[in-house]
Design a protein around this ligand. Structure first.
Ligand SMILES: [Fe+2]
Ligand SMILES: [Fe+2]
Length: 262
């Protein structure tokens, strides 16, 4: 089974790049399942019904979340619908929706788990992701494929989760920083790993938002509003991996494309 995982999709340029590129990529790469991090889909923060519909129509099968998932109030309603193929962080136990879900894809069962790191998140209720996944592992029967989206700022939290889950899950995929790392690899026991996939967002930006406004925050110490330019070159960052045995990857590689939004 070939799975394509898209990093944080940022705002309208990100959504437009997904709509333009994903249908052809699904064919070109013989993709069976597309998972995408959706926490920045609606103007950089959160998820709305219309933006989620856009992604679904573009070919995203399952969405994961992060620290911004519930920034727009309507995400609470969307996540409250159990049939939506969406997961939010498992270690935010009070949040609406579920932190893990299992889907049937052809003959295979695919479980998607979402975790939040604790460093730098400024959220009060984030449980220790290592303890959360340890408990989850004891209580759940493994699926044919298990994909973990580790949404975290600290590289140490991500790589240590990768080592902890090596050989137990199919892939541990880092999201949140919006900056892709070059360490996509198979760990010794067969788990695919990358510290951060990167984003699907404007390349000449500050993590997807207007870089001049973001710079003002650093120059003046004043909180400037985040804005997302309408046009520009979008960097499309993803990973593609193949699972042929339960809990193991046989290939795990970065995919990068560009799309100019005019
Ligand atoms: Fe993000
Ligand atoms: Fe995030």
């Amino acid at each position: 089974m070939h799975i394509l995982f898209l990093g944080d999709i940022v705002g309208k340029p990100g959504r437009r790049a997904v709509a333009a590129l994903l249908p052809n990529l699904r064919q070109e790469l013989a993709v069976d399942l597309v998972i995408a991090n959706t926490e920045n889909t609606a103007h950089g923060k959160g998820l709305t019904a219309s933006t989620w519909t856009e992604l679904r129509q573009a070919g995203v099968d399952i969405g994961t979340g992060g620290n911004h998932t519930f920034s727009k109030p309507e995400a609470t309603t969307i996540y409250g619908q159990a049939t939506e193929p969406l997961v939010r962080p498992l270690n935010l136990p009070g949040a609406p929706g579920q932190g893990e879900k299992t889907f049937q894809v052809g003959q295979k069962s695919v479980t998607v788990v979402n975790l939040l790191g604790q460093f730098g998140m400024n959220l009060p209720d984030v449980e220790n992701p290592f303890v959360t996944i340890q408990r989850w592992w004891r209580e759940h029967r493994p699926a044919d494929v298990i994909v973990v989206d580790m949404h975290a700022e600290a590289t140490s939290e991500k790589i240590n989760l990768g080592w902890y889950l090596d050989g137990k899950v199919t892939a541990v995929i880092g999201t949140h920083t919006h900056v892709a790392t070059v360490d996509a690899r198979l760990l010794p026991n067969g788990t695919g790993y990358i510290t951060d996939v990167g984003m699907v967002g404007l390349r000449d930006s500050s993590l997807g938002v207007d870089k001049d406004l973001a710079l003002q925050r650093f120059l003046t110490g004043q909180k400037a509003s985040n804005d997302i330019p309408e046009t520009g070159l979008v960097g499309f960052n993803a990973v593609l991996f193949e699972s042929t045995a339960p809990g193991r990857c046989t290939t795990f590689e970065r995919i990068y494309r560009e799309y100019i939004v005019t």
